[in-house]
Design a binder for this molecule. Structure first.
Ligand code: ADP
Ligand code: MG
Length: 250
């Protein structure tokens, strides 16, 4: 079989906040077109790992490579322009702007940052098309002119996901994208992530629901106290004694 293309490699990554070893020596490899999941109890370092991968926190040590190129010293907006998009655990959208405008921020950040004001008509048309597609795929059709604060929390999360996919990324990082959603909404989102995988999009997903993660992911990483305690096929990671003890409390 063909070796799978490596999209991202993190080697011995650590992020310490003073004495707090939020992430401490994590090495992971993400291969193309798969959904990877990160499981772990609260405070185990999942969000900090995502912040490290998107260069939003300084690394205490370690190396990062995206598509074979080191990027541990690159700035967050450069990472985004290279094709890494993310959503945040706490929704970060602009409350005063419409759903359409919020999603457009993602589509615009994809190409040449800062150039949209001078972009030609054809480029503006492409951006609008990407925005419309992202809005449709996240179930936001009809809400384009709403402001986020007029929407439920679940819908605000959809706006974040739409903004991320509007950039047509190579890698999508999702920090608890279905938090605050009901069962149907969660199924809609996991269905969307599955469709995106079918199109070849590599994803790294953080969620708490173990059953959902086993169903949604091709591969799981389990963290505790900033370290990886298991890494592999979902069913076997969930059955791992260290994971049972740390995460499931059994
Ligand atoms: P998780 O997402 O798994 O719940 P986090 O990555 O948010 O965990 O947090 C890991 C640890 O790092 C926690 O102890 C948390 O309090 C600490 N931490 C996270 N961000 C910061 C920060 N900016 N400054 C100081 N400590 C932080
Ligand atoms: Mg978190």
């Amino acid at each position: 079989a063909e070796p799978e293309a490596t999209v991202l490699r993190a080697d011995d990554v650590a992020v310490h906040f003073g004495g707090v070893k939020a992430v401490d020596g994590v090495s992971i490899t993400l291969t193309a077109g798969r959904i990877f999941g990160v499981l772990g109890p609260n405070g185990s370092g999942k969000s900090t790992l995502l912040a490290a991968l998107t260069r939003l926190v300084p690394l205490t040590r370690g190396r990062l490579e995206f598509q074979g190129k080191p990027y541990d010293t690159v700035r967050p907006h450069t990472i985004a322009a290279r094709g890494v998009a993310r959503t945040f655990q706490t929704v970060r959208i602009l409350p005063g702007r419409t759903v359409f405008d919020n999603v457009a921020l993602g589509a615009e950040s994809a190409g040449r940052p800062g150039s949209i004001g001078r972009a030609g008509k054809a480029e503006r048309g492409r951006v609008r098309q990407r925005v419309r597609t992202a809005i449709e795929r996240t179930g936001l059709s009809g809400k384009e002119r709403h402001r986020p604060d007029e929407l439920s929390y679940g819908y605000q999360r959809r706006v974040e996901i739409a903004r991320a996919i509007a950039s047509e990324p190579t890698l999508l990082l999702l920090d608890e994208p279905t938090a605050g959603m009901n069962r149907q909404e969660r199924d809609d989102i996991t269905g969307l992530l599955d469709d995106l995988r079918g199109e070849g999009l590599t994803q790294l997903l953080i969620e708490h629901d173990v059953q959902m993660m086993v169903e949604a992911c091709d591969h799981l990483f389990a963290m505790n106290f900033g370290e990886l305690i298991a890494d592999g096929e979902p069913e076997s990671v969930v059955r791992h004694p260290a994971v049972q003890e740390a995460y499931l409390g059994t």
